[in-house]
Design a protein. Structure first.
Lengths: 341, 448
């Protein structure tokens, strides 16, 4: 990360002020290369783009267009809360928290920036945010006991693709952080397991406030169920405590059942541990859940700006796509006046 | 139920009535569930979640919008951004008028009510905390659960949506064993695989295409091709809902709607080729809502010329299908995100392959965008191209996809899961907001 030699000094007293926020320089972030730094041959040097022919100006136009498409109103309007006519509601006093929330004029973008800044701060200076509850609200510090053995038991537990991609340093570091946390937990768990002889350790509140714990299915139940299900053919998914097995009688046998040509591939059913890990995994952050392109690449489709048909012809002045001469003429009338080219 | 669970000793008994709130960016779906079935709402009341101001500077809050007759140049202030409640000043006003005022249509006494609030997945912690604080500190609900909206859908009779043949004595699984829920709403579209009512959090994916983006895209297309509609969000939104559909053959439809090269007048273009529609705009005197008509060549031109005609007619051609096409090809407007079918595949790619058949055979689409014609058919076709041959792909939408989440949440409120997950006011006061947020984030855990 190039932040021009400026080192962020993190104090414990971070003030949330509406309207602005420290935004970490995370390199090319979400809108990749929407504002290319190197304006020279930006179109050609786009890393993620193929088959597109965007100039810097078009990129900027695209960005503005997308921003406009996400607006609620075309114009910026501010609609105040109308006065109550009846005044029927008892005006109770707000608590300080509520007053702060009601007065906040932050937009979603502000909140998102704050959150990203917080994450970046946690990465660069973990000591500064160790007591900030916001960071850990959706990443529980003390995972449910049911989840933890599962995680350690299945090394093949799927990792979120954001981490798999490992494109940005931030996500790599986040993964590292998670890994470190997990290791620590594992150590704790090992300690716990050593001290207690039961096969599955009961929920142990590592932190006082985390009272809500989830019970572990008694092992006895599972075995009983399995005995009932003996009749089911062996290729059915095994009965787990999470997803019950197929209870209905198997379909009538068919002479072609053993024909190797007709056999279909049945993927192996995930184990209980895998399922448990998935079902108790903490939520991803807002940025991680956003879908982005992975390996799949499709050619960009271009459309006529005028009529919406395929954009087969480019205006030589501004590069806008049109479908044919009719639309090109229509476009030219505006092309000059609109951009003054 | 777990045998060893300690009963809820702290606090009073479970409140008898539950307010179910699906607080969408466009509309709030609200209704009560009580112990007594006769007073339980069968369907939610739908309240616009906005403060609107028309061109005469009259302001409408929430359901007052029904009284508005002239939707020309109406401007909206929405408390929900990107699916999350951001502006509590506005949201509180709308809630107050809907639930807590003396004359509120759905009067509710928070101190004896449980609140079940649906939120979008992957929210920001700060926003979640704000929400919890307002619910307890401002309104003082006696008990509260904030859960992600998609997973509430699992508490419905999912197999009825698919019309799965079954014997009358089949036991309906609540929550459904396995579904892949696609929620395509006003702000965005999310894909959530759900197992036994528990969302598989690592596999939740979001596509930033929603109803708002599509309406705004349609506005842009119309403003270039017909009239300047940039201030007519409401009217264009109605037009989108009435006239747009998902094309099953995008290339073919686009070709049909092409006027042809210079001098050429293609027949399909001239006659409308069963795709073009005339849309009569509201004039806010006699007509308050637009009307869709079959395309009649020359009608628009005639209406424009004649002095007596009071109709403004727009001919919608490829706008009808190129707008919902954004859900399947967001790159068409330069948004670098995969389309809906690829979104589903990305979500599946995180999960073990053994789960794929179950998820693919139970895809439910909810949210307002599911109402587009051919939406589910198109999704099914696109998914079939991408998944292994052996997989059965079933895509379905509930009868009313908009209230589906609410109906699911209403069933959830009657389910024992609600008692396990809800947090009482005492617990909030005792443990604080961070504890509550963590408890909600942990969810149900595994306990079968």
């Amino acid at each position: 990360m190039n932040n021009f030699g400026v080192i962020e000094v993190a104090g414990t007293a971070t003030k949330a002020t509406p309207g602005w926020a420290y935004v970490p320089d995370t390199g090319p972030a979400l809108p990749v290369a929407l504002q290319p730094k190197n304006r020279k041959r930006a179109a050609r040097n786009q890393p993620g783009l193929s088959l597109s022919d965007l100039t810097v100006r078009q990129e900027n136009k695209l960005r503005k267009d997308l921003e406009a498409l996400n607006k609620d109103n075309h114009r910026d309007v501010s609609i105040p809360i109308p006065h109550k006519t009846g005044g029927s509601r008892p005006q109770n006093k707000h608590t300080p928290n509520v007053r702060k929330i009601l007065q906040s004029q932050k937009t979603f973008a502000n909140h998102l920036d704050d959150y990203q800044a917080l994450l970046a701060l946690a990465e660069s200076n973990p000591a500064a945010v160790v007591n900030n509850p916001l960071l850990f609200l959706n990443k529980p510090l003390t995972p449910v006991s049911a989840a933890t053995p599962a995680k350690s038991a299945s090394p093949a537990a799927p990792t979120p693709p954001a981490e798999k991609a490992g494109g940005s340093k931030r996500s790599a570091a986040a993964a590292k952080r998670a890994a470190a946390k997990e290791k620590e937990e594992e150590r704790k768990r090992a300690k716990m397991a050593a001290s207690k002889p039961e096969p599955v350790p009961p929920p142990e509140p590592l932190q006082e406030e985390d009272v809500e714990m989830v019970d572990i299915p008694p092992p006895g139940d599972k075995e009983e169920e399995k005995e009932e299900e003996r009749a089911a053919p062996s290729y059915y998914p095994p009965d787990g405590s999470i997803l019950p097995a197929y209870k209905k009688p198997p379909p009538a046998p068919h002479p072609g059942d053993n024909d190797p040509l007709l056999v279909s591939v049945v993927p192996s059913f995930p184990t209980d541990e895998e399922l448990r890990a998935l079902m108790t995994a903490p939520p991803l952050s807002y940025m991680e859940a956003r879908a982005s392109f992975g390996e799949e690449k499709y050619p960009t489709r271009v459309f006529c700006e005028m009529c919406g048909y395929w954009g087969r012809v480019k205006c030589m002045k501004c590069g806008v796509r049109v479908c044919g001469l009719d639309c090109l003429e229509g476009h030219r009338e505006e092309c000059v006046t609109r951009y003054g080219l | 139920m777990a045998p060893g669970r300690k009963p809820k000793s702290a606090g009073p008994a479970r409140p008898s009535s539950t307010l179910i709130l699906d607080n969408g960016a466009d509309t709030i779906k609200a209704g009560f569930v009580t112990d007594d079935d006769s007073t339980t709402d069968k369907a939610p009341r739908i309240v616009p979640n906005c403060i609107a101001r028309d061109r005469h500077h009259k302001t409408y809050v929430g359901s007052e919008l029904e009284r508005c007759k002239d939707f020309g140049e109406i401007a909206f202030r929405r408390p929900v951004e990107k699916g999350f409640i951001v502006n509590w000043e506005a949201q509180k006003e709308i809630w107050d008028r809907a639930f807590f005022d003396d004359k509120a249509p759905q009067k509710c006494d928070p101190s004896t009510t449980r609140l079940v609030l649906a939120e979008q997945p992957n929210s920001l912690p700060a926003l979640q905390t704000h929400c919890d604080q307002i619910v307890f500190e401002e309104y003082g609900f006696s008990s509260y659960y904030r859960g992600i909206g998609p997973s509430f859908n699992a508490y419905q009779d999912i197999q009825a949506i698919f019309h799965t043949p079954r014997t009358p004595d089949t036991i309906i699984d609540v929550p459904a064993e396995v579904i892949l829920l696609i929620d395509s709403g006003y702000s965005h579209t999310t894909v959530t695989p759900i197992l036994q009512g528990r969302p598989l959090q690592p596999a939740i994916r979001r596509l930033d295409v929603g109803g708002k983006l599509m309406t705004n895209h349609l506005i842009r297309l119309l403003s270039v091709r017909h009239f300047d509609m940039r201030n007519e969000t409401y009217i264009v939104n109605e037009m989108k809902e009435a006239a747009c559909y998902v094309s099953l053959d995008f290339k073919g439809d686009l070709d049909k709607m092409w006027k042809g090269t210079r001098g050429e007048r293609r027949e399909d273009y001239a006659t409308g080729g069963s795709i073009a529609k005339d849309y009569v705009l509201p004039d806010s005197h006699t007509r308050f809502h637009g009307i869709v008509r079959n395309h009649e060549p020359g009608a628009a031109a005639r209406a424009r010329k004649s002095a007596v005609s009071t109709e403004d007619i727009l001919t919608l051609r490829n706008e009808r299908f190129s707008v919902p096409e954004l859900l399947f090809n967001p790159t068409d407007i330069g948004l670098r995100q995969p389309g809906l079918a690829d979104l589903v595949m990305q979500s599946l790619s995180v999960l073990p392959v053994g789960l794929w058949p179950g998820l693919l055979a139970n895809i439910v689409v909810v949210g307002g965008n599911a109402k587009f014609d051919n939406f589910i058919q198109r999704l099914q076709v696109e998914l079939l191209e991408r998944v292994p041959d052996e997989c059965v792909v079933r895509v379905a939408r509930p009868e009313d996809p908009i209230v589906s989440t609410w109906l699911g949440a209403a069933n959830f409120a009657k389910h024992e899961h609600a008692d396990r997950l809800a947090v009482t006011k005492q617990e909030y006061e005792e443990h604080g907001a961070a504890w509550v947020a963590r408890k909600f984030a942990l969810g149900l855990g595994i306990n079968t």
